[in-house]
Write a protein that binds this ligand. Structure first.
Ligand code: ATP
Ligand code: MG
Length: 229
């Protein structure tokens, strides 16, 4: 498919608060992301970055406006179809890794393939290839619960890329890592998503890491503005 992998058109998100009040988190958010390119999202705590990522993944719905994932209007889809679209087109990386500690690295990476019913042999081969690309091939059978934070996030990155999603979303992927491990994870995130031709949208509080993206956008008072990292 051609065209942007992700488009926001005049997206608003407001949350109901106690009483009749509403918290208007995003207002008129417009941007698009092409395959093979990267976009860093910055902004103060509470500025709506995670909310924006949840909308991009179709985990949450806008109050107004449209989110298109790979040209498909998420607003119009019933929950089950939205989940399927997410499963097939979106890879997610979180701050706290969310690995299953009692499974091996390889099994953690394979999980999305097993859940989707992909060929077990192809899934395993792809998982091994990815672990090799993040320098963890020789540790594939180690339990995930025993890894360092940086290693866990490299495994989580492989898991996110397993099924070749055209969109990768990462919410503060280095927020729980020290500087060295964080830089390594960030380099891999950018390199692998680019090699795979995926669009990458990541949230970060680090100027340095934001500057590594093709483009930086800042959320301020619910609105989006371009930013020089
Ligand atoms: N389900 C919800 N109900 C009510 N308010 C919410 C909900 N989800 C988020 N909010 C509010 O929306 C605002 C933005 O939250 P969000 O988590 O998107 O911020 P953020 O930019 O990711 O912050 P941080 O950098 O701390 O992670 C916050 O004020 C938060 O309290
Ligand atoms: Mg957040």
């Amino acid at each position: 498919m051609t065209g942007p992998i992700l488009q926001f058109e005049a997206v608003d998100r407001a949350f109901p608060l106690a009483g009749d009040r509403r918290r208007h988190v995003l207002r008129g958010v417009d941007f698009s992301l092409d395959r093979g390119t990267s976009l860093a999202m910055v902004g103060r705590s509470g500025s709506g970055k995670s909310t924006l990522l949840h909308l991009a993944a179709g985990i949450d719905q806008p109050t107004a406006g449209t989110v298109l994932l790979d040209g498909v209007r998420l607003n119009d889809l019933p929950d089950t179809e939205r989940s399927l679209l997410r499963r097939d087109r979106v890879g997610l990386v979180f701050q706290f890794f969310h690995l299953l500690p009692h499974l091996s690295m390889l099994e953690n990476v394979c999980l999305p393939g097993w859940v989707a019913g992909d060929s077990a042999t192809a899934t395993r081969a792809r998982a091994r290839e990815l672990l090799d690309r993040v320098d963890l091939a020789d540790r594939a059978d180690d339990l995930a619960g025993k890894l360092s934070g940086g290693e866990m996030q490299r495994v989580a990155l492989c898991r996110a890329l397993l099924r070749r999603p055209p969109l990768l979303l990462a919410d503060e992927p280095t927020g729980n890592l020290d500087e060295k491990a964080g830089r390594q994870v960030m380099d891999l995130l950018l390199r692998l998503s680019s090699d795979e031709g995926a669009g990458l949208l990541y949230v970060t509080h680090s100027r340095e890491q934001a500057a590594l993206a093709d483009r930086v956008l800042r959320l301020r008072d619910g609105r989006l503005e371009s930013a020089q990292s």
